[in-house]
Design a protein around this ligand. Structure first.
Ligand code: G3P
Length: 217
């Protein structure tokens, strides 16, 4: 399973990328606004930090304007993936990007039929928003399972990128449901390393080791 970071904070991305466990990055207009810097500059910097796919979202709502923006974003670096909203116009643009060989991440997916249309349009990634569906009173992870079944039935190549991940349980459930990737906020990613029993066990081992008076080197 590929693990992406959902952030445009380059300092935080550098820190976590140093673990060697970050396969890619996703951004959105909200995250770019939080970064408070010019988008193209931030995306270029992120593409230097992480070798894998870096999603950069268009701001236009009409397909021709999305294509113009997406081509500009794709020119920033070879690992840019153009993020497009799951609208009729977005899928028209997705289809055109596919024919141009530009990778796309179709975002704001909240239903299985939407995901089916995105795959038919040639999306490289589909981003179902698990947490926001949970907030809405649905079971977000059910959508991942539905999309997995549909894509497997028809051998679609579109990768399922579980998004709007809020906690480690979401990461576990997305992995069990067969998501190809999950994009994770940095604080949730950092928490994945931790368990209180790991800390407790390590304290005990270190204390017992100290009592031996030995040194490995
Ligand atoms: O980047 C898209 C998605 O991951 C947003 O998550 O927490 O704002 O619903 P959230």
């Amino acid at each position: 399973m590929q693990l992406f970071l959902d952030s445009a904070d380059t300092a935080v991305l550098k820190d976590l990328a140093a673990t060697g466990l970050v396969d890619g990055v996703t951004t959105n207009p909200t995250l770019i606004a939080k970064a408070g810097r010019p988008m193209l500059e931030v995306i270029a910097e992120i593409c230097d930090i992480v070798e894998g796919p870096v999603s950069a979202e268009v701001a236009a709502v009409e397909s021709q304007a999305m294509l113009a923006e997406g081509r500009r974003l794709a020119a920033v670096a070879t690992n840019v993936v153009v993020k497009v909203p799951l609208t009729r116009e977005g899928l028209i643009a997705t289809h055109a990007f596919a024919r141009e060989g530009i990778q796309t991440n179709v975002t704001l997916c909240f239903s299985a039929p939407q995901a089916l249309l995105a795959a038919k349009a040639g999306a490289s990634y589909i981003s179902p928003f698990v947490g926001r569906l949970d907030d809405y009173g649905a079971v977000g992870m059910d959508l991942i399972s539905e999309i997995r079944a549909i894509y497997d039935n028809y051998d679609f190549d579109t990768e399922i990128l579980a998004a709007s991940i809020r906690n480690g349980a979401h990461v576990t459930a997305a992995a069990i449901a067969g998501a190809d990737c999950a994009t994770i906020p940095p604080d949730v990613f950092a928490a994945l390393f931790k368990h209180p029993l790991t800390d407790k066990g390590l304290d005990q081992f270190l204390s017992d080791w100290a009592k031996t008076g030995q040194s490995i080197l």
